[in-house]
Design a protein around this ligand. Structure first.
Ligand SMILES: NC(=O)c1ccc[n+]([C@@H]2O[C@H](COP(=O)([O-])OP(=O)(O)OC[C@H]3O[C@@H](n4cnc5c(N)ncnc54)[C@H](OP(=O)(O)O)[C@@H]3O)[C@@H](O)[C@H]2O)c1
Length: 302
């Protein structure tokens, strides 16, 4: 009995199918029911209810009868003039905690970002850690998963890189392209979340869920480009051009400026696991794919 908030997003749409396949009864919230129904493939087995995480009341109603809530909502893909996506995301977490603070509360599963919490972070990543903090402080049963860049056809990294590779002869990269990352395939993220749903006793602080390979962003883009059959030239630019690059990529892909900018900024933050002990212990049968296999799978996704 699962409620997914953010089911129409990149991770959400993949996860929802996997939850159904695993035999779960799945309800999802949507701000636009018709759109969500189309995105989720008009699947009669998915119960879609109206819900906006910025309105606590609608989340309270959506939660009724569900023992697990998977929280994947983020405002980063939306454009608001007067408020930052980070501020709105934190408000969504506050609303969720308020809605779940009932006798026999549901367990909340939150997908956060993998990076060293003691090192410098971007505003977006910092907000994930603040949301984690709120959840831990709430005393509600919860499970946090920290993922690095997630690879999949509908993922930001995949879409931005593909557009960049297909449209540019020479690829300009920031110095932060030498930052290491441990990208994970979206199907592997779904495997962790589905298993956490099945194991009701799983209430750990946080699980780091990296992919198999540690690579720099430069190597990730280079290998992606070779996989697509290109041999591109690269030029590392020694100044920060994330604003200009974000504007160009937004125009080329139609992805929101906020989301592109947050992704480019995040390239300066190492996303490498520091302690996977708990992950190995509780998910011994999950063996995340390497980067190349993740890209190949993403290219084959419908
Ligand atoms: N993608 C990655 O590489 C990555 C890596 C690590 C962690 N994460 C985390 O994983 C989570 C999901 O990421 P994603 O890439 O799947 O995001 P996404 O594609 O941008 O999807 C965001 C989802 O949030 C929903 N949403 C936005 N505002 C909402 C609101 N006010 N109320 C309810 N739902 C709302 C959207 O629904 P609408 O259809 O209504 O817009 C959409 O379903 C995020 O918290 C992100 O930080 C992602």
């Amino acid at each position: 009995m699962v409620l997914v908030i953010g089911a129409t997003g990149f991770v959400g749409r993949f996860l929802t199918t996997r939850l159904l396949k695993a035999g779960n009864s799945v309800r999802v919230t949507a701000r636009h029911i018709g759109q969500a129904d189309a995105i989720l493939g008009h699947n009669k087995d998915i119960e879609i209810v109206r819900g906006d995480a910025l309105e606590a009341g609608s989340i309270i109603r959506a939660m009724a009868g569900k023992d697990t809530v998977i929280f994947l909502a983020t405002s980063i893909g939306n454009t608001y003039i007067d408020r930052s996506p980070e501020e709105l995301d934190k408000r969504m977490m506050t609303n969720l905690i308020r809605a779940a603070s009932i006798p026999n509360p549901p367990r909340i599963i939150f997908l956060s970002v993998l990076c060293d919490p003691d090192r410098q972070k971007t505003a977006y990543i910092e907000s994930r850690f603040e949301m984690e903090g709120e959840l831990k402080k709430s005393g509600l049963p919860h499970c946090i998963f920290r993922a690095p860049v997630i690879i999949g056809k509908w993922g930001l990294f995949f879409r931005l890189c593909k557009a960049l590779i297909e449209r540019s002869r020479l690829i300009f990269l920031p110095r932060s392209a030498s930052t290491p990352c441990q990208p994970i395939y979206v199907g592997d993220v779904a495997s962790y979340l589905v298993q956490a749903v099945a194991n009701k006793d799983m209430c750990e602080n946080a699980y780091e869920i990296p992919g198999h390979d540690v690579m720099t962003y430069f190597d990730m883009i280079d290998l992606f480009s070779k996989t697509l059959g290109y041999s591109k030239g690269f030029l590392v630019v020694p100044v920060n051009f994330s604003n200009v690059a974000a504007r160009i990529l937004t125009r080329a892909t139609g992805i929101s400026h906020n989301a592109v900018k947050a992704s480019l900024e995040a390239m300066s933050i190492p996303m490498v696991a520091s302690d996977e002990t708990r992950t190995y212990r509780d998910f011994p049968e999950i063996h995340p794919l390497g980067y190349l296999d993740a890209i190949l799978k993403a290219l084959r996704e419908n």
